[in-house]
Design a protein. Structure first.
Lengths: 322, 241
């Protein structure tokens, strides 16, 4: 039996379809990723699955409980880390964990022990009596994950766990998630970071405008991109305005600007592409610095599958995140 | 199931008491306002201050509960921590009941202090068998009213501002300072539609020598409680649809 079974799940807000009949399954112990740009419906999907929002249509079963009538039962086995760290500023780290445990009816001795264990696991034991409001973003995020684990859930939902964190904090959080996965927890994680999905997930569902356009392992997704070549060229001066001209000379290939001086060319006949780039750079005096034929990354797979530019993923949501 | 819900109602109320009862908006609106107001009247006519006591208690009930609800519901809706409660195996109705109970307890604390202070200071001997039921049901009524306004508005200040219309209407029309019997009949008719009228009536009875039965008043207050709490539950449920 699958731990999560989603069929035709749909959410409409006043006529706007945020999630459009998506279906997927998550097996026991799997780390499943929902990958998509901002506004693609990741949070809305999670909110429906954890009972914070009622689906307009479709069904979902979690741990064998149908969401539409067994959500209260299912909640006992679910841990949720929302997209913002919304514990209580006024309570200490330890008090926050104990309060959540009490809400789930965890017996006193168990919750005391579990809180202590989690505080140690997440490196917050020294700060256990400090108020949540005084924590850094990374610590807040870590405690929010700890709070989702106090009742020993079988499934953990993580909505954009590393958004707004610095590199170091994000890396240590990813290690923690990886460890939890290693302990056999079933995890559903949303992200708009391609590397994060690649690094952590067993399988990834790519979500675009409320639709699941592809579900596969990171390796399987990348394999799809291998069907066509990917060549990266880097010039000595700005090439932004020349992308159009270059594309015109490479029928059947797709030219994507990475930054002012770098382009990626997908598809086309590789030897022809290489030749044209040399030619073009000489004609326009671009000062070709480097040219590589590269192994496709998940980003390349994403571009290939969704037809979206990789820059849509870099767009952060304006000024949210605590 | 029911045990889970009862436990959560209690936990939420207890947590709100702990984390919010010293927050400035709750304390200032809940206590400072009625006391300052009463002081103003006292300075005008210090001789018959006793007459003002039931009105002072009624105002404390009204302002402390409504202020507390605006704080505990609006703050948490905005910060998203109210959602957190719904992740646990509880219904939105229980969450709202927990919030109303928290406001009730905060109001009870404030009201007890004001009541004890004035009763001891002025050596009054209210009839407790009238005072307690009227006080308790009124605290529930206005805590629910505060909850209803709080789920209707997004920000604390919005909820407080929109609460001011019914609050001030009630301060003037429900016999807190001006006797209802001295008002023109059309205003008297309006006062019958406002819950605080029955609170003041009941409290006056408790502080007078020969208390008339306030059973009808309690019944009417119960009807107000239902009229406030059911729509508040419904509105909160709608927010999570
Ligand atoms: N409560 C809501 N009312 C109206 N529209 C909403 C609501 N919540 C989300 N949306 C819209 O649904 C779409 C998907 O949002 P969301 O699930 O938050 O995306 P993501 O988490 O992938 O960034 C967005 O266009 C968003 O504006
Ligand atoms: Mg989101």
């Amino acid at each position: 039996m699958n731990t999560i079974d989603v069929q035709g799940l749909t959410k409409r807000f006043d006529g706007f379809t945020a999630v459009d009949g998506i279906s997927f399954e998550v097996g026991e112990g799997e780390l499943f990723g929902l990958l998509g740009p901002n506004g693609s419906g990741k949070t809305t999907t999670i909110r429906m699955l954890v009972g914070l929002s009622r689906p307009t249509a479709g069904r979902a079963k979690i741990l064998g409980f149908d969401l539409s009538f067994g959500i209260t039962e299912a909640k006992r086995g679910i841990g949720v880390v929302p997209d913002s760290s919304n514990l209580y500023d006024e309570l200490s780290a330890r008090e926050n964990l104990l309060f959540m445990a009490k809400l789930y009816g965890v017996p006193k001795d168990v919750r005391e022990q579990k809180s202590e264990e989690l505080l140690k696991l997440f490196g917050l034991y020294e700060r256990r009596d400090d108020r949540f409001g005084t924590f850094s973003r990374g610590m807040k995020r870590a405690l929010t994950i700890a709070a989702a684990l106090v009742h020993d859930p079988k499934v953990l939902f993580l909505d954009e766990p590393t958004v707004g964190l610095d590199v170091v904090a994000a890396r240590s959080l990813r290690e923690l998630i990886s460890d939890l996965h290693g302990k056999g927890l079933t995890i559903v994680l949303t992200t708009h970071y391609l590397e994060e999905a690649d690094l952590l997930c067993d399988r990834i569902a790519i979500l675009v405008k409320g639709n699941v356009v592809e579900i596969d392992t990171p390796r399987g997704l990348k394999r799809r991109a291998e069907e066509r070549s990917v060549i990266e060229a880097s010039f000595g001066r700005e090439a932004t305005d020349l992308v159009g001209d270059l594309s015109a000379r490479l029928p059947g290939a797709e030219v994507v600007l990475l930054d002012e001086t770098r382009v990626k060319i997908y598809g086309g006949d590789p030897s022809r592409v290489l030749e044209e780039i040399f030619e073009f750079s000489k004609e326009r005096n671009l000062g070709l610095n480097a040219i590589n034929s590269i192994k496709p990354s998940l980003e390349d797979a994403f571009v290939r599958i969704t037809g979206l530019s990789p820059t849509v993923m870099a767009r952060e949501k304006g000024g949210k995140g605590r | 199931m029911i045990r889970d819900d009862l436990r959560c109602i209690y936990l939420i109320a207890a947590k709100d008491m702990r984390t919010y009862y010293l927050k400035p908006p709750a304390v200032s609106w809940g206590m400072v306002f009625p006391v300052a107001w009463t002081l103003a009247f006292y300075l005008r006519s210090p001789s018959n201050f006793e007459d003002l006591v039931p009105g002072l208690i009624a105002m404390t009930i009204l302002f402390s509960t409504t202020a507390a609800e605006a704080v505990v519901i609006n703050f948490e809706l905005r910060l998203g921590s109210l959602e957190r409660l719904l992740l646990a195996p509880v219904s939105t109705d229980s969450v709202l009941l927990g919030k109303v109970l928290g406001g009730f307890l905060f109001g009870l604390l404030m009201t007890s202090m004001v009541t004890l202070g004035t009763a001891l200071g002025l050596e009054l001997h209210p009839n407790l068998s009238t005072l307690i039921p009227v006080g308790l049901i009124s605290l529930m009524v206005f805590s629910s009213m505060g909850a209803l306004f709080s789920v209707l508005f997004k920000e604390v200040f919005e909820a407080q501002t929109f609460l001011n219309l019914p609050r001030f209407l009630m301060v003037f029309l429900c016999g807190v300072v001006y006797p209802i019997s001295a008002m023109p009949s059309w205003l008297q008719a309006i006062s019958q539609l406002l819950p605080l009228t029955y609170t003041v009536e009941g409290l006056r009875a408790a502080f007078s020598a020969s208390p008339p039965s306030s059973f009808k008043g309690l019944l009417i207050l119960t009807v107000f409680l239902i009229l406030f709490i059911l729509p508040a539950m419904r509105m909160l449920r709608k927010r999570f649809e």
